[in-house]
Design a protein around this ligand. Structure first.
Ligand SMILES: [Zn+2]
Length: 276
């Protein structure tokens, strides 16, 4: 119990760091310096006002100095990060698996919330994810060399990670080309400029994202995620219609939720499809 609480608190602090990444990376600012400040009045935030979730509740969601509202996104990101971290820890314990999948899901949180805010993500983020996945995949490969057998770790060996990355990128790019062709035809026939502001089927950010999840989770997972995401999007759209919230959400959050579902139930879904 105490162990879980400790892991959760560590997760909250990691979530706090992800908040800094979400706020600063799209503006090309350093994520290390300066220390946190209020985006409205620019006053630097004292440590006791910067405790994950608690400070938000204690301050009533307002800046201590200028009383401007603090975005609810901050505590939400912290709670999601901490819950995921605790989930991964309870599943894998300390070790390479925890590091591997924490990095994957932390990257997903960062790109999703940046995409929600800016409708675009810094191009290097998913590429960085692919590189990290390939580097981590060296460890099970080494283990395989030693044991001369299948590695005991869940992390993909290097061949699987490379295959997953290339497959994810190629697969998504193929659908992007076809989708763009289709949309282009539609627009020229209907003599329109765009469909609700969209001219592309998938953005290059979505393609890079597919390369990243392929590198971390393998090519089968990439296929499942790609075809599951539209259903996640559809579910949200139905909820949005029922509750009359017509926020147009970009695609990466749906892909991220699909990734989590496939991470947890992917093997079951895959086996079910293969049997069919
Ligand atoms: Zn302020």
């Amino acid at each position: 119990m105490i162990e879980s609480v400790g892991v959760f608190i560590l997760g909250l602090c990691l979530g706090s760091f992800l908040n800094v990444c979400i706020a600063r990376l799209p503006e090309n600012k350093s994520i290390i310096k300066p220390r946190s400040f209020c985006p409205e009045c620019k006053k630097s935030i004292k440590w006791y006002d910067n405790l994950p979730v608690l400070s938000y509740l204690f301050l009533g969601g307002k800046c201590r100095f200028c009383q401007k509202k603090i975005s609810i996104v901050y505590p939400v990101v912290e709670l999601i990060t901490a819950s995921l971290f605790l989930f991964l820890y309870s599943r894998f314990g300390l070790g390479l698996n925890l590091a591997n999948y924490s990095i994957l899901f932390f990257l997903l949180i960062v790109v999703s919330f940046i995409d929600i805010k800016y409708h675009a993500i810094p191009a290097y983020l998913c590429v960085l994810g692919i590189i990290i996945a390939l580097v981590i995949s060296f460890f099970p490969s080494l283990e395989m060399l030693k044991a001369g057998d299948v590695p005991s770790l869940g992390v993909l060996p290097i061949a699987g990670a490379v295959k997953g990355a290339l497959f994810g990128l190629g697969f998504a790019y193929f659908f992007k080309l076809f989708g763009d062709l289709f949309i282009g035809l539609y627009l020229s026939i209907r003599k329109k400029e765009s469909i609700e502001g969209e001219k592309e089927s998938l953005g290059l950010g979505d393609v890079d994202f597919m390369g990243m999840v392929g590198a971390f989770l393998g090519w089968q997972a990439a296929i499942l995620i790609f075809f599951l995401a539209p259903f996640v999007a559809l579910t949200y759209t139905i909820f949005a219609l029922i509750f009359k919230r017509s926020h147009l959400i970009p695609y990466l959050p749906y892909l991220s939720i699909a990734t989590f579902i496939v991470f947890v139930w992917g093997a079951d879904i895959w086996n079910f499809i293969v049997i069919l």
